[in-house]
Design a protein around this ligand. Sequence first.
Ligand SMILES: Cc1cc2nc3c(=O)[nH]c(=O)nc-3n(C[C@H](O)[C@H](O)[C@H](O)COP(=O)(O)O)c2cc1C
Length: 381
Amino acid sequence: MSFSIGPYALAAPVVLAPMAGVTNAPFRELCRRYAPGLVYVNEMVMATPVVHGNAKTDRMISFGVGESPRSLQLYGSDPQIMAAAVHKLCDAGRVDHIDINFGCPAAKVTRRGGGAAVPARPELLRAILRAAVSNASPYGVPVTAKFRMGLFDDWLTHIRTGEVCAEEGVAAIALHARTVQQHYSGEARWDAIGELKQAVGSIPVLGNGDIWEADDAVRMMAATGCDGVVIGRGCLGRPWLFGDLVEVLSGRPAPESRVLGDVMVVMLDHARLLAAHMGENHAMRDFRKHTGWYMSGYPVGPDARRRFSHVSTLGELEDVLAGLDPTARIVPGGERIKRGHTNGPVRVSLPDGWLDDRYRASLLGDVTVPDDDDVMALSGG
Ligand SMILES: Cc1cc2nc3c(=O)[nH]c(=O)nc-3n(C[C@H](O)[C@H](O)[C@H](O)COP(=O)(O)O)c2cc1C
């Protein structure tokens, strides 16, 4: 099954979803060990601090030695800022692939008409994409876009968004098959992925939403005709899912589920990689959320879970792990326990007047740039 993003031919049609606070260099390295040759997208960074220079953003744009392609998601609602950020990153040779985020549902973003609200303004969407593609293409850097179905059920924009992406030379598009209003609730609506593929067949369409086990990817691709899949929450606490996906998409059976002892080895590896990346103190605080994801579905009891949620050194982590039964098996269906974000539906925050018919009609040709100020540290998808 051949699949490429621009010049990058992937070993299987599988992409790690950008996840703020998760898909940093250590996590991507861990995933890559199970499946080299896929695209693993970095955490989202904001275009504005890329342009103006910001130490934290700079640290976030970090890639492993030999990581290829170096894939980064950018967020921005101002075409000029997007142009400058893309130019700066490409000119400095810091990235090989740029994904643009049009799916951020955070209220403080959509309230200003940014993030997942941008596709409701096709001309602004077009301007942002044009700015990105025209500044990336001289460097041979492909630009992709990731978006949701729309704001809510009576304002769906995924087809139009896909068409604009294709017209503007985007290399591939990914649909998280939920609306902003749905947030993370209910099931992802894979039929929307099929509709998008039918409507925009000229560029690769990646389906995203609720792939928890490798077989789900096969089902999604068969049901929708999409060209590949984007994996988010399914790999939280399960970085080996990428290896399983390569197996199953190559027609081989998925490996058996892991006993707890195998999971413990991966956890320690992950924690050590994080400690080397950000220092033990910060790493262990960050790692606490991962412990819950690694343990989901394993019968470890509340005491170990509580201790995990307080670990502050690698030694403490080792102590908690030493108290677990390495032969324990995951409960039936444990892989499918929802983790990461699960909340919704939400009230969609929009600029005043957005829902008035006249205002809404006027948005179609609107290129007024939403204000991205103070939109930092978002969990953006
Ligand atoms: C912790 C977390 C952080 C996320 N951050 C981003 C992000 O920065 N950019 C983005 O496009 N999507 C982000 N998302 C959304 C995912 O990329 C993905 O679209 C969503 O989780 C649905 O896919 P899934 O069902 O496979 O998880 C995030 C999701 C989670 C759980």
